[in-house]
Design a protein around this ligand. Structure first.
Ligand code: PAF
Length: 280
């Protein structure tokens, strides 16, 4: 496994792989890798000849009062995990490598980015799209793999790829969960043990919606009230949003559309922000 930290080196390696007709699968990450990332790497391995994992905590997707400095980091362990998962290349640029002094170019999507997380994190998706575009231009992947836990990110990225004619296939992998249902996330590392226990309520809340739905209830307000109620059983949890939106357009839903009704949740568990979702 090769570890690369320079943009020109990564670009020339990618160019030579492509000239040898090797299919490149990209797994962009911010490190603090977990089982969900391993599944993304496995999916990339299944569909590409070469798997490139990028590890970069991207400052432009964090707001000024957000947890950029506190975001969990652990490069040595991450590199070990990439090696064990069979990655071929790990690209680990420094902040100066991607955003040198005087950097001033950004990519925005102006519709799907606006709701859900976009309300409380106004420049978040601009930062995500900018860094993913840069990674596409550096690695020139045939396919890029992301997780369904970040459902809005997945929809926004697909929209950018379509709107800007990127020749990159976007593959979205199912959310990987801990035994008690908590979606795997790097931010789970920031939870202490009682917060971690309470965080399981997020999945219970989503399951309470599914139980109502499976029993034939299609009343959006009733289901949202049930989710909010279940979340409120933990005093550590503060709801940021609980919404039904169309899973592709992210338009708010007043009526559920089978197989496309994305129930998306964002909460604070004390000072740790977590998101999760299911599609009904
Ligand atoms: O999902 C993430 O970890 C990040 O948003 C991404 C896609 C790696 C961009 O920094």
């Amino acid at each position: 496994m090769q570890i690369i930290d320079s943009v020109p080196e990564m670009q020339s390696l990618a160019a030579s792989l492509r000239s040898n007709d090797r299919l490149i699968g990209l797994v962009p990450t911010m490190g603090a890798l977990h089982g969900g990332h391993i599944e993304l790497m496995q999916a990339a391995k299944d569909q590409a000849d070469i798997v490139v994992v990028t590890i970069f905590v991207n400052p432009t997707q964090f707001g000024p009062s957000e947890d950029f400095d506190a975001y969990p980091r652990g490069l040595e362990q991450d590199i070990r995990m990439c090696e064990e998962a069979g990655a071929d290349i790990v690209f680990v640029p420094g902040v100066e490598e991607l955003y040198p002094d005087g950097y001033s170019t950004f990519i925005s999507e102006e519709k799907l980015s606006e709701g859900l997380c976009g309300i409380s994190r106004p420049n978040h998706f601009r930062g995500v799209l900018t860094v993913v575009t840069k990674l596409f231009n550096i690695v020139h992947p045939d396919l890029a793999v992301f997780g369904q836990k970040d459902a809005q990110q997945a929809a926004v990225l697909k929209k950018m790829v379509a709107d800007l004619h990127f020749g990159v296939r976007i593959l979205i992998c199912p959310t990987v969960r801990e035994e008690d249902g908590l979606a795997m996330s790097s931010r789970n590392r920031s939870l202490h043990s009682t917060q971690r226990k309470d965080a399981a309520v997020i999945y219970q809340a989503l399951q309470s919606a599914k139980t109502l739905y499976d029993s034939g209830n299609r009343n959006v307000d009733r289901i949202l009230a049930e989710v909010t109620h279940t979340l409120s059983t933990s005093r550590r949890i503060r709801v940021i949003y609980v919404n039904f939106v169309d899973s592709e357009t992210l338009e708010p839903l007043n009526e559920l559309v089978e197989g496309r009704s994305l129930l998306a949740v964002a909460v604070w568990v004390d000072e740790v922000r977590l998101i999760d979702n299911i599609i009904l």
